[in-house]
Design a protein around this ligand. Structure first.
Ligand code: MRU
Length: 351
């Protein structure tokens, strides 16, 4: 399986996703600020992967804490959580993972654990978040493979693969599982301006596994649908609101509208950790606005004339009415999402 992120004694190792596919370079983060920087600068990206990185970053940060006594240790812990929470605003998995780490800390503190015991507890929790994400991706693949017919030509946007998760992927996990079942699948990967996650990362993942992959620019998706060359769309998500409205990489909304126009099923694949029942609808999801340079430049080369205004919202909202189904680790949720999402959590709580 692809190496996205790993905890090794005194460091967190991540493949530098800014450098792929030209170079496969591994970055070692030795402190919590280094992990926070890696998330902010997209060394690691993708909603579930960001959550795992933040959890490991908190565990590592507390291992390095020089606090004398549990009271100072608790102050350091809160600061480290705040540092991680300030990295990227849209993917809710980040906040979900930080909350889990806070609960683990609170349980340990309540039990009167020493700082060493708390450190061990935080490391166990971060590792559990990592391992559960891989298991959830595999479960999503198991459920999602049924929506992919043999011979399907599947469009995906951005990278919702092994690189965006702890491994295996959400949207690409669905595709991988269908391929593992022996289905012949062709994937169209939107290049995904401006960071090119589709062209660089999705294509890299799929090609190295021998999966038939065609990279297109976003603007080609509509015409290909009209020409009858796309059978299905599967994308990931950064945050799914209680009514099913979904934030994902900028450009997803356009794909969803196009899919509806051409009667093509449009699925979102995401673990329950991406579903945020406390956010009522898409209008309440914060959308990250990233550096203008990502749009104005390609590497060191300037693309736009100096003086042109630039916008760079990194995500958009796909209203729930465009979504055929949401593939989760607990099955495929169907409209009305305000019911099915709530039910999935109720079942989880009762399990
Ligand atoms: O800005 P990114 O690269 O972090 O955005 C990633 C996406 O939009 C993915 O589609 C989403 O996080 C799902 S990843 C399983």
């Amino acid at each position: 399986m692809l190496p996205t992120i790993d905890l090794q004694d005194d460091a967190i190792i991540m493949v530098d996703q800014r450098k792929l596919p030209a170079q496969e370079i591994y970055v070692r983060c030795r402190t919590a600020p280094e992990v926070a920087k890696a998330i902010r600068t997209m060394v690691i990206r993708g909603a579930p992967a960001i959550g795992v990185a933040a959890a490991y970053g908190i565990a590592l940060g507390m291992k390095r804490s020089t606090a004398k006594g549990t009271r100072q240790f608790a102050v350091d812990f809160q600061k480290t959580c705040d540092l991680m929470a300030g990295t990227r605003p849209t993917a809710v998995n980040l906040f979900w993972a930080i909350d889990r780490m806070k609960r683990a800390f609170a349980e340990g503190a309540q039990a009167g654990e020493s700082t060493d015991e708390l450190i061990a507890r935080l490391e166990r929790e971060a590792t559990a978040i990592h391992d559960e994400d891989v298991a959830n991706c595999r479960a999503m693949g198991g459920h999602g493979a049924q929506i992919v017919p043999d011979g399907a030509r599947v469009l995906t946007h951005c990278n919702a693969g092994a690189l965006a998760t702890a491994g295996y992927g959400s949207a690409l996990g669905v595709i991988r599982a269908a391929v593992e079942q022996g289905k012949r699948i062709a994937v169209f990967a939107d290049e995904t301006r401006p960071f090119l996650q589709g062209a660089r990362l999705t294509a890299w993942e799929l090609v190295r596994e021998g999966i038939n992959t065609t990279v297109i620019t976003e603007s080609m998706a509509g015409p290909l649908m009209r020409a009858g060359e796309i059978d299905l769309v599967v994308v990931g998500a950064d945050r799914i609101a209680a009514n099913g409205d979904t934030a994902n990489k900028i450009g997803t909304y356009t794909v969803a509208v196009m899919a509806k126009e051409h009667n093509i099923p449009f699925y979102v694949a995401a673990p329950l950790s991406t579903i945020d029942l406390s956010t009522p609808d898409g209008d309440h999801i914060p959308i990250e606005e990233r550096d203008q340079r990502e749009v104005s430049h390609l590497g060191a080369s300037r693309l736009t004339p100096a003086g042109a205004n630039i916008r760079n919202p990194a995500f958009d909202i796909t209203p729930h009415r465009y979504i055929t189904g949401i593939v989760t680790e607990r099955g495929i949720l169907r409209p009305p999402y305000s019911e099915s999402l709530k039910q999935a959590f109720a079942q989880l709580a009762g399990a």
